[in-house]
Design a protein around this ligand. Sequence first.
Ligand SMILES: [Zn+2]
Length: 79
Amino acid sequence: MQADGNCDHYETSRYYAESVNDCTGETEGEWKTEERSLMVDIDLHRYQCSRCKLIGYYSGAAKAYYEEGKRTPGVRGLE
Ligand SMILES: [Zn+2]
């Protein structure tokens, strides 16, 4: 478990992938690393890290709306 301050909003997992070689018929395997973003959309204009709960915004207008209550006419959800 990482402290909130040094969360990189990514999750790294290692898994062993096996496949059958068509030529030899033998099973081959290798370790693979997968990096997955933990940022998930929470509504139209915001996303949040599921580990550290940091909220990010897709635009300056969205940031102003949620942090300062400033509305932006013409932008759906922020009017
Ligand atoms: Zn995070």
